[in-house]
Design a binder for this molecule. Structure first.
Ligand code: SF4
Length: 347
């Protein structure tokens, strides 16, 4: 019976290579991909027309297909909230709790291998690759705090770390593991070429939206204006879409920036108040907040009309609809750009 390992598969290149290096040693590898709700994977690419040249695929599944391994996609949305809301090790440059996140995911993988009688865990971590979670000092912290201890093997930088159980037991040959370190992606790209992998995903900032400054500003705004630090899955999905404008602390307007986003936001029309231009082509907008009064509806509608084809018209007909209500049509004069204060725009 070959030894069995589970690889944390984000959909990026590093985890693809790490899994492949171990597969090459005759180990049975399966993948595990955690869905947190903040994942970049496919989401905005799938929605936005401007990104239509990008492949609309789930990169974790693509990696599994390239490797010929079984992939387990595990929904951790609820449990993950505590990681985002109360990270023991704090946040990175934005609201990314990378170290706590890594510990949590390895901990979940460790629970998984115990249940499924697998022998060890593989990650694509490389020392020095990421400023918060992938440092020499954090490698043992992740191994210890997750409970995985030396059943956690990082094949891409294993030679720079003490031997783990799979190496000491001879399940894997340490000599065939790698010694990558630092921020350069060149060694990974060279190894990918060697294996014949192309068309792999290379996310710029990290594997999730929490590393994105604009996204983090919107998430912080949500907490500040709710007066409490909490979120639901719908909240964090909607932060990925549209232009967000907050005229008052009580409510914000989410305006679709293109047809793809309008269609996506349409799926939320029975949960939120919404406004759409009628006389001129324009975006759909959702109102996130309590039911608006007449003045607030008129202000929101005038702002939304500014982003329609009628932005220079004297009057634009709009339709306002309460969640699960009948639409009501009326006319507004579109706001001029200078009439919308810059600080209403969330980045
Ligand atoms: S970028 Fe996001 S998913 Fe990746 S380790 Fe950091 S918090 Fe976790």
């Amino acid at each position: 019976m070959p030894r069995k390992a589970v690889a944390l598969i984000s959909g990026g290149l590093d985890s693809l290579l790490a899994a492949r290096v171990i597969q090459d040693q005759g180990i049975h590898v399966e993948g595990i991909n955690f869905f947190t709700g903040f994942c970049v994977e496919g989401h905005t690419h799938a929605i936005r027309k401007q990104d239509k040249a990008k492949p609309k695929r789930n990169n974790a599944l693509w990696v599994a297909e390239q490797l010929g391994i079984k992939l387990h996609i595990v929904d951790i949305v609820e449990e993950y909230k505590d990681v985002v809301l109360n990270p023991k090790h704090g946040y990175g440059a934005n609201l990314n709790p990378c170290l706590d996140c890594k510990i949590f995911m390895v901990q979940k993988a460790h629970e998984w291998i115990q249940k499924k009688a697998f022998d060890f865990i593989i990650t694509g971590e490389v020392i020095g690759q990421r400023p918060m979670s992938q440092r020499k000092q954090t490698m043992p912290v992740i191994a210890q705090e997750s409970g995985a201890e030396d059943r956690l093997l990082r094949p891409l930088c294993a030679k720079n770390l003490p031997p783990t159980l799979p190496e000491r037991e001879g399940w894997v040959d340490r000599d065939q593991l790698l010694d990558f370190s630092g921020r350069s992606r060149k060694p990974q790209i060279a190894l990918a070429r060697q294996y014949g992998f192309d068309d792999f995903a290379q996310p710029a900032g990290g594997c999730c939206f929490l590393t994105d400054e604009n996204y983090s500003v919107k998430l912080q705004d949500l907490w500040d204006n709710r007066g409490e630090k909490r979120y639901e899955l719908d909240d964090i999905m909607l932060l990925k879409v549209g232009r967000h404008i907050r005229p008052e602390p009580a409510y914000k307007i989410i305006i679709a920036r293109e047809e793809g986003e309008t269609r996506f936001l349409s799926g939320y029309r029975n949960l939120f108040q919404s406004i759409k231009t009628v006389s001129h082509a324009g975006p759909l907008a959702l109102i996130d907040g309590p039911e608006l009064n007449t003045a607030q509806i008129e202000l929101a509608a005038a702002i939304i009309a500014r982003f329609s084809k009628g932005k220079d018209a004297d009057a634009v007909e709009v339709s306002y609809r309460k969640a699960a209500g009948e639409p009501v049509a009326f006319q507004v004069q579109p706001k001029k750009p200078h009439e919308i204060p810059q600080d209403w725009y969330l980045l």
